[in-house]
Write a protein that binds this ligand. Structure first.
Ligand code: GLV
Ligand code: GLV
Length: 327
């Protein structure tokens, strides 16, 4: 019998087509966030869930889906999955690393440039027909070139962001990452303490996974240390930033601005953010290029194929589970 897969959401076809021959694929065609009950109902006879980052695959789902052997997450981040519960039940979890680093880094720069040069604000101004002619004091922003870029998390995304800052905009790069090997950068970037990064950066970009150690990594205490002229960019996960504290600092203009692609309780965000001019908000689209989203579908499918053909999937997250299996 073919292993059964539940794909929780429509993803680019290329990945789905790779699975059609050797697996019994059920594709959810509902276009929205899947409820936990729905997920359990649909997945309880499946061997594989191909999940999105918005699907909560927690202890309850894992326990109730008794046939489950694998969770293939269509994302790099996997904070939506209870990894310990999966490992305990011998369920393999995979993600899609090295598919979206450049695409996400490009987007971080789109946000940096937009927020610093007030692109969104001035676009609104044009659309409301307020432009009365060129003015020497209109829409003054901050320069990006030569500014100091603080990268929190020098993983494969953070490194791509740093590279764009260094080569593209002659920025001084400082970073905070305790596990990063500085010899692997290839250009000038200085490892600093978190405190120094907060105090010296003109732009802070968050490129860390969400876990216990990064929850509310940026809160009131950290925002206080930032320059009044500095900007915060978050394309990682919403809960890395205390959204309420950020709202307060933006409203009181205690930092220059922020650009958020992710939110503490997606799809919601703290009420009031939408009224501020010094924030740009995008709907979790940092990896949303056609090419990258297709590549992610291929990677998510390949992880499944590899596992069922007896190879270790390259996106394996819970390595302990394979050790158990091999003995
Ligand atoms: C997107 O946020 C991802 O983790 O892939
Ligand atoms: C990358 O992790 C993203 O936010 O899409």
């Amino acid at each position: 019998m073919k292993p059964k897969i539940y794909i929780t959401h429509k993803i680019p076809e290329k990945g789905i087509n790779m699975l059609k021959n050797d697996f019994d694929v059920e594709l959810n065609d509902y276009n929205g966030i899947v409820s936990k009950n729905h997920l359990i109902e649909k997945s309880k006879d499946k061997q594989v869930i191909l999940s999105l980052l918005s699907d909560v695959v927690d202890f309850e789902v894992i326990t109730k889906c008794k046939s489950l052997k694998m969770i293939s997450n269509y994302a790099v981040g996997y904070n939506n999955i209870d990894i310990n519960a999966a490992t305990e039940k011998g369920i393999v979890v995979t993600n899609t690393p090295r598919t979206l680093d450049e695409t996400t880094a490009d987007f971080v720069f789109a946000l940096i440039l937009s927020v610093a040069r007030r692109i969104v604000e001035s676009d609104k101004f044009m659309r409301s027909k307020k432009f009365k002619g060129w003015g020497p004091m209109e829409f003054l922003g901050q320069d990006v070139y030569n500014a100091t870029l603080g990268v929190v998390g020098m993983g494969s995304i953070g490194k791509e962001v740093a590279k764009r800052g260094y080569y593209g905009f002659s920025m001084d790069i400082i970073y905070y990452d305790r596990s990063f090997d500085p010899s692997s950068v290839g250009f000038k970037a200085n490892s600093v303490s978190f405190d120094t990064l907060l105090k010296e950066s003109d732009f802070i970009t968050l490129n860390v996974p969400l876990n216990q150690g990064t929850f509310h990594l940026i809160g009131e205490k950290e925002l206080k240390k930032m320059k009044k002229t500095a900007y915060l960019i978050n394309t990682s996960r919403g809960p890395v930033v205390d959204e309420k504290a950020l709202y307060k600092f933006l409203k009181e203009k205690r930092i220059a601005g922020a650009a958020l692609d992710v939110y503490e309780n997606e799809p919601d965000f703290i009420s009031g953010l939408e009224t501020l001019d010094n924030i740009i908000m995008t709907p979790h689209i940092a990896s949303a290029s056609k090419k990258t989203r297709e590549l992610m579908s291929v990677k998510a499918a390949q992880n499944i194929i590899d596992y069922f053909e007896g190879r270790i999937p390259s996106g394996l997250v819970n390595k302990d589970v394979i050790k158990l299996e091999i003995g």
